[in-house]
Design a protein around this ligand. Structure first.
Ligand SMILES: Cc1cc2nc3c(=O)[nH]c(=O)nc-3n(C[C@H](O)[C@H](O)[C@H](O)COP(=O)(O)OP(=O)(O)OC[C@H]3O[C@@H](n4cnc5c(N)ncnc54)[C@H](O)[C@@H]3O)c2cc1C
Length: 397
């Protein structure tokens, strides 16, 4: 039996409050609609997002003065648990809420917070991320996209790649080099670029979708030709973008650690059900693998609680987020491999008209999870050097 952890009186008070709100507001039609691959643009999910917004349950970790709810990590864990129990999805504003928002809160001016944060909460601004370039992925600071000052604007030209969620976005948060003479980490700026100009014309940004192994095109190559953004859209000051980017990457690596086990646990039981239905639950190898998966989900749960304690004690988990990213992404890949083995020959069904089954999709999709947000090898370097104090890897000077 899983030991339940008491998250403290404040979190339990919030639990009761949120449970009441859910009872009064939950849409019956969304029950069981908590698949991580669900399309956020269905009318049902748009309505649900709107209800959560009206209730003040979007961007909940942001401080109240910026339109959030100032929830502690323990309260967010409670919120996720309650949504999970009700079979309802947690709606986030994607990269706006989790990646750009925290960077604007930490490094933006008051004017920038006022201009950009409410539009993320309302859903008016939907961001995609322009960090990686064809020759600058792991070594992000070597990026070449240029930003040249022209009056009170920045004019940006270059190429990005792997731009996820481009098809929903109206804004690109982008790293560009604004001082080519400075050491590579010091000449970078972090700028928010609208995809359209004020008059509605294109702003010099072209996306060329890349077809993925799942057959979908969720990300693109991004060609930027003299795109313009006001200098007032540079977050954290000119040439100071590396620090701002580190806030974004920290959120990307550690952000969901305290609550993600909920999703992994749900997926685990889905696989147990699939094994039962196929008469494989007594197979000793299947049982061993399920035990492997179950114990890792529990490890992630405790790792999440450890991170939660650090957050509650106001300690920045720092490079600890790298342990999390490495662990869950490698777990998911292996779990999906075991899952397709359990499904057996049916996992090989593919075709233009055929919609991939959940675990088939996970098998293909999780290949990329050990890559985005910093590869598993890069996370190992960070853990080795910054947590374990091992000698630094040799780097070309
Ligand atoms: C699904 C997905 C979504 C993505 N979404 C976005 C997005 O929205 N926006 C965006 O900007 N980027 C995005 N990316 C890009 C992602 O951040 C990069 O792919 C990643 O940082 C790796 O860079 P790279 O592909 O250039 O590989 P490289 O950096 O060329 O690495 C190639 C291989 O070498 C290894 N390697 C490199 N350097 C080292 C080292 N120092 N030590 C040990 N091993 C090393 C890597 O681990 C990897 O195995 C996405 C990627 C994927 C797969």
């Amino acid at each position: 039996m899983v030991m339940e952890i008491d998250l403290g009186p404040q979190a339990e008070k919030f639990r009761l409050e949120f449970r009441d709100w859910l009872e009064a507001n939950k849409p019956a039609s969304l029950e069981g609609y908590d698949d991580p691959n669900a399309n956020p643009d269905t009318p049902e999910l748009i309505d649900w997002a709107e209800k959560l917004r009206e209730g003040g349950y979007l961007c909940v970790t942001w401080p109240e003065k910026f339109g959030g709810r100032g929830l502690s990590a323990a309260e967010v864990a409670v919120m996720n648990e309650e949504l999970h129990a009700a079979g309802l999805p947690r709606v986030t504003r994607g990269m706006g809420e989790n990646l750009v928002g925290p960077a604007i809160i930490a490094h933006g001016t008051d004017d920038q917070r006022e201009r950009f944060l409410p539009r993320i909460i309302s859903g008016e601004d939907r961001y995609c991320q322009g960090f990686s370039e064809p020759d600058s992925g792991s070594d992000l600071a070597s990026l070449k996209t240029r930003g040249i000052i022209d009056g009170d604007e920045l004019v940006i030209t270059g190429q990005k790649v792997w731009t996820s969620w481009f098809w929903r976005a109206n804004m690109l948060f982008c790293l560009c080099r604004t001082d080519p003479e400075a050491p590579k980490h010091q000449g970078i700026s972090y700028v928010l670029i609208p995809l359209k100009r004020d008059d509605g014309s294109e702003n010099g940004i072209e996306f060329r979708p890349l077809r993925q192994i799942t057959g979908e095109s969720h990300f693109a190559e991004t060609f930027i030709e003299e795109a313009r953004a006001p200098l007032s859209n540079v977050i954290g000051g000119l040439n100071n973008g590396w620090r701002v980017a580190m806030t974004t990457l920290g959120s990307e690596r550690g952000g969901s650690a305290t609550t993600q086990h909920v999703q992994f646990r749900r997926e685990f039981w889905k696989l147990v059900k699939a094994a039962r239905e196929r008469g494989k639950i007594e197979d000793p190898i299947v049982r061993q693998r399920l035990a492997w998966a179950y114990s890792r989900v529990e490890v992630m749960r405790y790792q999440g609680l450890r991170l939660l304690s650090a957050l509650l004690a106001d300690q920045n988990p720092g490079p600890g987020g790298s342990i999390n990213k490495m662990y869950w992404s490698e777990y998911q890949r292996r779990m999906a491999e075991y899952a397709v083995e359990i499904l057996g020959p049916e996992s090989m069904i593919v075709g233009e008209e055929y919609e991939l089954e959940y675990f088939q999709r996970q098998f293909l999709q999780t290949r990329g999870h050990t890559i985005w947000g910093g590869t598993a090898e890069i996370q190992r370097n960070i853990v080795g050097e910054r947590l374990l104090g091992l000698p630094k890897e040799p780097r070309p000077s």
